[in-house]
Write a protein that binds this ligand. Structure first.
Ligand code: NAD
Ligand code: AHE
Ligand code: ZN
Length: 378
């Protein structure tokens, strides 16, 4: 198949707020610096649904969504040296070019390599063209540099994290987004210390990974907040010490958490994408030193606000993309820790499906609220 277009099945998002369509698409061979991969397993992240539902200001249609996946390299374009056919890779929407001239890759302070960000946001490959076409030959946009809701996709080489073959791709796919993001928000972005207190808003895979990461970091108290009480059991299993159903309170949730703790908690995390929740998370951070980290992705046009007094009195507001992990360097290490039994992740997989068509069932499961991650084998 190398060097030739491949025809395969894909879910095509034709328009916002419309169900995705099952289509046969053509996936062109990888150009220089690109890698064509066979997608083995795709896990659904809330961000895919956010874009499908029309909330993403960068959303382009028609496109192929999906950015949390495990893949095998099918062929490589000219000049590609870091992966070869048969290698297992995790597509990474935060790439890592590693170039000496990239001040972001060279800095230990960030993972936000900007090398291909503008074309990625425009739904194109780095050369400004697309590799996907529909049966009429019309172009289909890429998404987040990944587009993993297809049997084959094309990635930039700098977006490929090469991982061990010892972890099945049905599990390893989780390190492509939500689980890594939650763990990294705790370990890298906030550097939560032992004996810290933590509050987590939103107990999807991202929020539960925050709890798992906080427990591993030695947090002494972990307050789990959601409006769906079905999420509390998993939260407690992973280390939450208190659960709060914020829909049942007669005072604002920030006031409730401050009253539980006297001065608030050392670290808070928004894992909902709701701007009023982001405000609550900031405002229950500890007077004098509390840090609140925004992980959730807010809908187009939504903005955060608070009284500046909240910052004057010592709180810090920050955010994270992919948990601050430098993708190609760090994803293989996370996979290795999982293989060694030091980082269990099986509890995130609540649903399993087979075939590209059934990606829709994963969407329904995440919408229904009983799902953490639905992994679809392609
Ligand atoms: P999810 O839909 O599985 O989980 C969201 C949770 O929030 C659900 O349990 C829901 O019941 C809960 N929730 C809804 N309203 C709430 C409220 N008012 N108060 C408290 N909880 C509430 O989503 P996910 O896949 O875990 O993703 C979480 C968020 O993180 C999304 O916004 C997603 O787009 C974003 N995200 C960001 C990054 C990043 O790099 N920054 C990475 C992955 C995901
Ligand atoms: N397109 C949106 C922004 C979406 C966003 O913030 N994405 C996160 C990853 S979410 C993964 O599930 C991210 O990494 N952002 C950094 C970046 O460069 O996109 C918008 O608002 O335009
Ligand atoms: Zn995601």
């Amino acid at each position: 198949t190398a060097g030739k277009p491949i025809k395969c099945k894909a879910k095509v998002a034709r328009a916002a707020k419309q169900p995705m369509c099952d289509e046969e698409v053509t996936v062109d061979p990888p150009k220089a610096g690109e890698v064509r991969v066979k997608v083995i397993a795709n896990a659904l992240c809330h961000t895919d649904i956010y874009t499908l539902d029309g909330h993403d200001p960068e959303g382009l249609f028609p496109c192929i969504l999906g950015h949390e996946a495990g893949c095998v390299v099918e062929s490589v374009g000219e000049g590609v040296t870091s992966v070869k056919p048969g290698d297992h890779v995790i597509p990474c929407y935060t790439p890592q070019c590693c170039e000496a001239s990239c001040i972001f890759c060279q800095s230990p302070k960030t993972n936000l390599c900007p090398k291909i960000r503008s074309t990625q946001g425009a739904g194109k490959m780095p050369d400004g063209t697309v590799r996907f076409h529909d049966k009429d030959g019309k172009p289909i946009y890429h998404f987040m540099g990944c587009s993993t809701m297809a049997e084959y996709t094309v990635l930039a080489e700098i977006s490929c994290a090469k991982i061990s073959k010892d972890l099945p791709l049905e599990k390893a796919c989780l390190f492509g987004c939500g689980v890594s993001t939650g763990l990294g928000a705790v370990w890298n972005t906030c550097k939560v210390e032992a004996n810290s207190t933590v509050a987590v808003f939103g107990l999807g895979a991202v929020g539960l990974a925050v709890i798992q990461g906080a427990k591993m970091a030695g947090a002494s108290r972990i307050i789990a907040v959601d409006i769906n009480p079905n999420k509390f059991k998993s939260a407690c299993d992973l280390g939450a010490t208190d659960c709060v159903d914020s829909s049942k309170l007669d005072v604002p949730v920030q006031q409730h958490i401050v009253s539980m703790t006297k001065w608030g908690v050392d670290y808070t995390f928004d894992c909902t994408g709701i701007v009023s929740v982001m405000r609550a998370a900031l405002e229950c951070a500890h007077r004098g030193w509390g840090t609140s980290c925004i992980i959730g992705v807010a809908a187009s046009g939504h903005e955060i606000s608070t009284r500046p007094f909240q910052l004057v009195t010592g709180r810090t507001w920050k955010g994270t993309a992919f948990g601050g992990f430098k993708s190609r360097r760090d994803v293989p290490k996370l996979v290795q820790r999982c293989i060694e039994g030091k980082l269990p992740i099986d509890h995130f997989i609540t649903h399993r499906f087979d075939g590209v068509e059934d990606t829709t069932k994963a969407v329904d499961a995440l919408h229904a609220g009983a799902c953490l991650r639905a992994v679809v084998r392609y």
